[in-house]
Design a protein around this ligand. Structure first.
Ligand code: AMP
Length: 468
């Protein structure tokens, strides 16, 4: 029996292990051989310290190659990797540690890997089956306590193989990696594609214009959240020539504004490839590598993913079933039962629709749905109308308690304009119940580290706008 995920990933490493894996900002590199040896030593140390298969190993640290040595070492030892957002406070971390009960908690991976050097690298990975747990990812829940999504070796292996094929990775690729590695996007989506193809990564601790622009000189693939692309577009040094060596720019974790998609194509001649995923299933749909990428659509379900729209209408909550869909929430059987249908589909909480040919469009989270005067208002529909108006850069539409309608539509707008003019133009294009009753102007929208607009914060902030 093999170790399902570790052996799969290591099987992608280049035969010549001296080839680079991490290309660092100071011009140095860490080879695949170094990564393999580091992971092997971490695995040996974990086992020597008594870590058993299935034990959790938590890590909270800034991004570094050593974090990945720890991640792979944990997998190799048969344990379960639990990454924690480096921005979490001590009180937040206490909750995760109490909930997950890890055997080891690592906060200084560089020292941890260094001190593991006294151990000979573990040769053979501890056997694990497809259904065994590989990682526990706490969702960035905005209501209630965050939940630990249990991802198995089989879940992660299936998704890694599907993405590697869908996006056409080869050993000749160079992946620009500027994402955090405590989240599925940077840790699984990006990293696994690179490891499976044995290609190097330009390894940036975080997104900075200068480093990303420099990296684009040699990168062939870039993965990012939408804010990476808006930041690039805001920089005049980001030119068609600068983007020319990149064969695909991939975006996800939050909706890509159609205006960003269009402006990016105008600037570079390339269309951003948007995909859709979540901690509970890694990647679910993707626009095609060869084939039409359309602004505002997240593309087609990956091979093996069954996707349907619940509720019997054209637009409803997306449900999914397939090899990468997680097994449930850690120690929350009731919550898990609530979020799966009787026939085993996971209820994603994202509202969307699907064209007859399978193409998927997302209109937002179910919990962001506004019910005004008994009618459903999908914020995205209103945002798309407002975003087209002169002077508007971006909008976020929310519901606020309203004495007559239950909720009233409020548009929070980045840009310049006139409240009455925006309302009048929106009314021209939309039914009265969808038309914002208030428009407020802001300099910026609150976002989390993955670039998602935090509508829960906006709802709190504007809860009183219709107070009488
Ligand atoms: P997380 O578990 O933190 O990765 O968040 C997953 C959520 O991000 C999904 O349920 C969606 O609401 C959102 N999301 C991810 N990718 C996209 C996308 N391309 N378009 C719209 N929403 C997205």
């Amino acid at each position: 029996m093999s170790n399902h995920l570790y052996d799969l990933l290591a099987g992608g490493f280049p035969a010549d292990r001296s080839r680079p894996c991490f290309l660092l900002g100071d011009g140095s590199a860490i080879s695949y051989g170094d990564l393999e040896a580091g992971a092997g030593r971490v695995a040996a140390r974990l086992i020597a310290e008594g870590v058993r298969p299935g034990d959790r190993v938590a890590l909270q640290a800034e991004k570094s190659p050593e974090v990945i040595m720890v991640y792979l070492g944990v997998l190799k030892a048969g344990a379960v990797f639990l990454p924690l957002n480096s921005a979490y406070t001590a009180a937040e971390v206490d909750y995760f540690l109490a909930n997950a009960e890890p055997a080891v908690f690592i906060t200084d991976p560089t020292a941890w890997v260094r001190d593991a050097a006294v151990h000979a690298p573990l040769e053979r990975a501890v056997p694990r089956a497809a259904e065994d747990l590989a990682s526990l990812i706490y969702t960035s829940g905005t209501t209630g306590r965050s939940k630990g999504a249990m991802l198995s070796h089989g879940n992660l292996a299936a998704n890694a193989l599907a993405l590697h094929a869908a996006w056409g990775f080869t050993p000749d690729d160079v992946l620009l990696h500027a994402l955090p590695v405590f989240h599925v996007h940077g840790l699984f989506v990006a990293l696994h594609c690179a490891l499976l193809s044995g290609c190097p990564m330009i390894w940036l601790p975080k997104f900075t214009d200068a480093e990303v622009l420099a990296g684009l000189e040699t990168a062939t693939v870039m993965m990012g959240v939408p804010t990476f692309y808006t930041r690039l577009l805001a920089n005049p040094d980001f030119t068609r020539a600068r983007a020319a060596g990149v064969r695909v720019f991939i975006s996800g974790s939050a909706p890509l504004l159609p205006s960003t998609f269009v402006e990016f194509e105008e600037r570079t001649g390339q269309r951003i490839l948007e995909r859709y995923g979540m901690s509970e299933a890694v990647i679910i749909t993707t626009n095609p590598l060869d084939g039409e990428r359309i602004a505002g659509s997240v593309g087609y379900p990956l091979p093996g993913v069954e996707l349907r729209i619940g509720g019997g209408e054209d637009t409803g909550v997306i449900q999914i079933r397939g090899p990468s869909v997680f097994g449930g929430y850690w120690r929350m059987p009731e919550k898990t039962a609530e979020e799966f249908t009787a026939d085993g589909f996971f209820i994603t909480g994202d509202v969307g629709r699907q064209d007859p040919d399978g193409r998927v469009w997302i209109s937002g989270r179910a919990k962001d749905l506004i019910i005004s005067g008994g009618y459903n208002v999908y914020p995205k529909e209103v945002e798309l109308v407002i975003d087209e108006m002169p002077g508007v850069i971006e909008s976020a539409v929310i519901g606020a308690p309203h004495p007559d309608f239950g909720e009233g539509v409020v548009a929070v707008v980045i840009g310049e304009g006139d409240e009455a003019a925006i309302i009048a133009e929106a009314r021209r294009q939309l039914a009265a119940y969808k038309t914002p009753k208030r428009v407020v102007f802001v300099d910026d929208l609150p976002r989390n580290t993955m670039g998602k607009v935090q509508k829960n914060l906006l709802r709190e902030r504007y809860a009183g706008v219709f107070a009488t």
